[in-house]
Design a protein around this ligand. Structure first.
Ligand SMILES: *[C@@H]1O[C@H](CO)[C@@H](O)[C@H](O)[C@H]1NC(C)=O
Ligand SMILES: *[C@@H]1O[C@H](CO)[C@@H](O)[C@H](O)[C@H]1NC(C)=O
Length: 149
């Protein structure tokens, strides 16, 4: 049954979808190249003092970390780069298993290659491109796929 609230609900769903896609760009997840183990007494300010990495950079490098709740023993990333995708394929179903199997990837590999995929690897959008191969774009890599990073 259609009610007068249906258009509002659809608009909300549409805006929610837009905000999700604007938060997460498609492509590989960043690779951390420098991790640091939190010691007793560390704060984002003390880390900034020796590393030059600002508190807001620390939080954006570590989406699960809040500067006001650092825990000794916890590892944080202080530097990362994003690999470039060198081969996309189009999803024909919502599970990544068929594509991953074909390209000899585990579902965990596929998750790392695609920042818009959930850890169950079952939320692919049919018809959308997904990455199955990357160039590791560490600083100085001259692979043409890494140019412009
Ligand atoms: C793969 O797809 C992503 C997202 O659409 C795009 O940014 C990237 O350039 C593509 N890479 C290749 C090699 O086609
Ligand atoms: C997957 O691995 C098999 C066995 O090593 C190999 O024959 C096949 O070419 C690989 N597929 C791709 C897409 O790399």
């Amino acid at each position: 049954m259609l009610t007068s609230t249906t258009p509002v609900a659809l608009l909300c769903l549409f805006l929610w979808g837009m905000s999700l896609s604007s938060v997460k760009a498609d492509g590989p997840r960043p690779t951390c190249f420098e991790t640091y183990k939190i010691s007793q007494g560390d704060t984002c300010s003390t880390i900034y003092a020796w590393s030059g990495i600002t508190p807001s950079q620390i939080e954006s490098l570590n989406p699960d970390v809040q500067c006001n709740s650092l825990t000794p023993g916890q590892f944080v990333c202080l530097g990362s780069y994003t690999p470039a995708c060198t081969l996309n394929v189009t999803a024909t179903e919502t599970s990544c298993v068929p594509i991953a199997t074909f390209y000899n990837l585990t579902t965990a590999d596929f998750y790392g290659l695609n920042n818009n995929v959930d850890s169950a690897c079952d939320n692919l959008l049919i018809g959308n491109p997904y990455c199955v191969s990357i160039a590791d774009c560490f600083y100085g890599n001259t692979n043409p796929y890494c140019n412009g990073d």
